[in-house]
Design a protein around this ligand. Structure first.
Ligand SMILES: [Ca+2]
Ligand SMILES: [Ca+2]
Length: 257
């Protein structure tokens, strides 16, 4: 019997589908570029709760203090988003609708976050903090970041893997979270360079698939040839034949003849 190669074209088709699946979803202004200020976010981002900010390297002054005092530039550059929170008291948030999703496809959200801090006359918000990111109905939490200090805040890339899209348009929301255990009144978080991507489907590379298919076929052919050429089992000494004491090794070989 000749080996079958029908597996090979199937693997090529799957690989092409995987490439199409990796198409980025159309988030708009994931760079958070816009005029700086408190209580403002650039379009199409929209304020959900209280007064999130658009910030820049060095921070921005406001009425009675400084948001993100002395913060270094984000890896994305330009302006970035900010929000404050105080555990059990308030939590600022903003969002935008992401359209063009493929239902049944898993998505991930990738961005940079920093514990930016917030220093004011009436409240220093320097607690450890994180973001709660909600995509559709699914909320995920970023790793907690401690306040590293004024002028030395650090940016960290985060990847959050969400489940499959259940609609062609889903809301992406960022909400600042003050983590218990801090000694200050609240936290000030920053985010920038937000991307939404379909999670690539993992399939074998065409070359790897070909080798696997050929290897499997060759192994089957060798096994079949060995069976056909298998000699009549050698006669066992009387002490090893069925009925004698000990293990019956001849039984398995005899089934193939
Ligand atoms: Ca930016
Ligand atoms: Ca605010």
């Amino acid at each position: 019997m000749k080996p079958s190669y029908t597996l090979v074209p199937s693997i090529f088709v799957l690989s092409i589908l995987a490439v199409f699946n990796a198409t980025a979803a159309p988030i708009i202004n994931g760079d958070f570029q816009g005029p700086v200020g408190t209580n403002r976010v650039p379009a199409p981002w929209a304020i959900v709760n209280l007064t999130p900010d658009t910030l820049q390297a060095g921070g921005i002054p406001f009425g009675n203090g400084t948001a993100a005092p002395g913060i270094p530039a984000s890896p994305n550059g330009g302006t970035f988003g900010g929000a404050q929170a105080e555990l059990g008291v308030f939590s600022e948030s903003f969002e935008q609708d992401i359209a063009g999703l493929i239902i049944g496809t898993a998505y991930r959200v990738i961005f940079h976050q920093a514990n930016a801090g917030y220093i004011a006359q009436n409240a220093h918000r320097l607690d450890p903090g994180r973001w709660e990111v909600t995509f559709g109905a699914q909320p995920l939490q970023t790793p907690v970041l401690a306040w590293a200090g004024q002028n030395v805040q650090t940016w960290h890339e985060v990847t959050l893997n969400f489940g499959n899209a259940v609609a062609v348009s889903q809301t992406l929301r960022f909400r600042a979270v003050d983590v218990a255990g801090g000694t200050w009144r609240g936290t000030g978080m920053a985010v920038d360079g937000i991307r939404v991507e379909a999670v690539p489907v993992i399939v074998p590379e065409p070359a790897t698939g070909l080798l696997v298919a050929l290897g499997g076929s060759c192994a089957l052919a060798v096994a079949r040839t060995r069976r056909l050429r298998s000699p009549i089992p050698p006669r066992l000494p009387l002490s090893r034949r069925p009925g004698a004491a000990g293990e019956d090794e001849a039984g398995e070989t005899g089934d193939e003849s």
